[in-house]
Design a protein around this ligand. Sequence first.
Ligand SMILES: CC(C)(COP(=O)(O)OP(=O)(O)OC[C@H]1O[C@@H](n2cnc3c(N)ncnc32)[C@H](O)[C@@H]1OP(=O)(O)O)[C@@H](O)C(=O)NCCC(=O)NCCS
Length: 211
Amino acid sequence: MLTTKRLRLRLWRDEDLPGFAALNSDPRVMQYMAKLLDRRESDASAERIKQHFVRHGFGLWAVELIGIADFIGFTGFSVPSFEAHFTPCVEIAWRLARDYWGFGYATEAAFAARDYGFAHLGFERVVSFTVPANQRSRNVMERIGMTRSPDDDFQHPLLPGGHPLRHHVLYRLARPAQRHEREESRIRCQDLLTDPFRTCSRAIRGRTSDG
Ligand SMILES: CC(C)(COP(=O)(O)OP(=O)(O)OC[C@H]1O[C@@H](n2cnc3c(N)ncnc32)[C@H](O)[C@@H]1OP(=O)(O)O)[C@@H](O)C(=O)NCCC(=O)NCCS
């Protein structure tokens, strides 16, 4: 679990599922996703997120707005299941319910995840990607220091040729030397995860070193 000034990034609970389904069926939140999710699809997505934690030792944390809302969305890491010129890799990602946009929560959560990934999960680099029009998400990427090269643009392999969302921009961020030592004192991180989790973490670290 990670704690920031306003947020808690934590493992998922069953009580998060209705809120997750609500944001996954909101056309404003899902504007740049391939499709809206119904309750069954949203629950299945949450289950995959939980399984990702088991398999890799990290994942997309549920985000809590401390003292105000138990669940506002997710932020964290995901290992893409598709192959592209930048995979295997670790993606940093976020999705918040519409009511919680415009307050800096995604950026705050992303900073915490970024720093935790570099300082405690051993990542050498992370990527993030979206469609060019998703400026809000690109702003988050840029605020946390990620940079884009047009040479890295790609066609998302899970979308069919000609799909309007197929073209993606890719952002990258490498771990700066010494960053983890500087940042560790700034963010209060409490690792609630078990030893097997850490073993998984070491495994993915090796696999993603060229990501
Ligand atoms: C991507 C997403 C999380 C970004 O949300 P967001 O609210 O724009 O981003 P932040 O939470 O960092 O908030 C930044 C905004 O809050 C404002 N803000 C207000 N109070 C703030 C504070 N205390 N600190 C920082 N920023 C603050 C900023 O000025 C900025 O406003 P702007 O958009 O007018 O420039 C959101 O749009 C989303 O969930 N989209 C759908 C899912 C998605 O596309 N995910 C990414 C797929 S790759």
